[in-house]
Design a protein around this ligand. Structure first.
Ligand code: DOR
Length: 429
């Protein structure tokens, strides 16, 4: 059935559009965008969008879906349901599953499960090295043919600089970006949080910002050497921002993302030994937060990606040193990013750009735009809706969220993938 989305404010960062328009969806595609009231209603499902913002479907380019292998934490079905509830029409899933996504067979399994789940689109990310062990490169041609959109050993760095050089060269021949988890393992050692005043107070071993920054710098120099596409994952420090900003000013083809927790929390969230605030890279300082917000504003950071990392209570209800790194974010990412709109850091176009158009561009996938003829991946957002985060209501299987109980302003109320309404708030009937 065709859908007529009526009376909303249509925001499309790809064309700098921010106008009240009616939007017609037919046969899974955007069929028309016209002035309010000019598209006939007959024979169509009319979706009243007055007071809502209509945006290209949000895309999270960095999530962990845990399938295959750790389905007790998340499955492709529950993870994509969490995605659409959070307003995301597509996610890119990292390869640190069990087994690692280093072969076409695993990639195909992920895509089959995503098809069966039938909610958000899933773009698999293949491993840079076999088993993400940092020893032998995986077969990028096979992985690309099976459907991966990027390569990463996320969860751990590619420590060997020669292997990283070869990976960049090899990935370039297939026009695949490498998503780099920047961490010098000798510097991060057995650190469990940011190295600073708070780690000192808590008596916990710290990870200095330099553990990330030296690898950002290394990877930028290797990207310059090879001319390959490099994307820096989960940027957490002011120093990384400064290096990436300089590389971009020099014209390098580098892109980068941050996660909402790096602009919403500081290392103070760890006080009380809160394992939900244990994440890698760690939460940093006020100064880093300020710098990350500025980098989202000026475009040094291309994407907000939540690094949704589900873990069960078995891995989190432990002594801080023993707990797993990671927190879930798909159902809070939009609300936390919209805080930056409400506090004047970003305008609405910039926020939607970082949540949709930017990641589509980085990954080279469809979406991120509302042009006539493009796939009808659309998110309807109520910018002014105040709501309280309640992990008990999450579609995700896991509960490791440090934002439980927070009041956020702004929420997705309907998510449409390929012209099909895959999630809508109950109150919309
Ligand atoms: O905190 C994290 N958790 N950081 C990562 O890089 C990996 C992730 C996970 O897979 O749990």
């Amino acid at each position: 059935m065709s859908l007529l989305i009526k009376g909303g404010l249509v925001v499309d960062p790809s064309t700098h559009l921010e106008d009240p328009l009616d939007l017609l969806v037919e046969k899974g595609k955007i069929a028309a965008l016209e002035p309010p009231g000019s598209i006939p209603e007959e024979g169509r499902r009319v979706i009243a969008a007055t007071g809502l913002v209509v945006t290209p479907g949000l895309i999270d380019m960095h999530v962990h879906l845990r399938e295959p292998g750790e389905e007790y934490k998340e499955t492709i079905c529950t993870g994509t349901r969490a995605a659409v509830r959070g307003g995301f029409t597509a996610v890119a899933c990292m390869p640190n599953t069990k087994p690692v996504n280093d072969t076409a067979a695993v990639t195909r399994l992920i895509l089959d499960q995503a098809r069966a789940a039938g909610s958000a689109r899933v773009y698999p990310v293949g491993a840079v090295s076999m088993g993400s062990k940092g020893e032998t490169l995986s077969e990028y041609g096979d992985l690309k043919a099976a459907g991966v959109v990027a390569l990463s050993d996320n969860g751990r760095p590619v420590s060997n600089s020669m292997l990283m050089r070869r990976a960049l060269e090899y990935a370039k021949t297939f026009d695949l970006p490498i998503i780099s988890h920047c961490e010098d393992l000798q510097l991060s050692a057995d650190g469990v949080m940011h190295e600073g005043q708070v780690s000192l107070k808590l008596g916990l071993k710290g990870v200095p910002g330099a553990a990330e920054e030296v690898m950002v710098y290394r990877d930028l120099t290797l990207a310059a050497l090879t001319g390959a596409r490099l994307h820096i994952a989960h940027v957490s420090t002011a120093g990384s921002v400064a290096i990436i900003r300089l590389a971009k000013a020099m014209g390098m083809a580098v892109t980068a993302e941050t996660a909402p927790h790096y602009f919403s929390l500081t290392d103070a969230a760890v006080l009380g030994y809160n394992t939900h605030a244990k994440v890698n890279p760690p939460l940093r300082t006020e100064m880093d937060v300020r710098s990350i917000k500025e980098a989202l504003r000026d475009g040094t950071l291309d994407a907000v990606a939540c690094d949704h990392a589900p873990h069960s209570s078995l891995e989190k209800e432990l002594e801080f040193n023993a707990a797993a790194f990671g927190l879930i974010g798909l159902e809070t990412s939009l609300g936390l990013t919209l805080k930056l709109v409400h506090d004047g850091t970003l305008n609405l176009i910039q926020a939607i750009e970082r949540l949709s158009t930017g990641p589509a561009r980085v990954l080279g996938v469809a979406g991120g735009a509302l042009g006539v003829g493009s796939p009808a991946d659309i998110t309807l957002i109520d910018l002014n809706r105040e709501w309280t985060v309640d992990v008990g209501t999450f579609a995700s299987k896991s509960r490791n969220c440090p934002f439980d109980g927070w009041t956020l302003k702004g929420k997705a109320v309907m998510t449409i993938v390929g012209g099909k309404v895959v999630w809508e708030e109950e109150s919309r009937g």
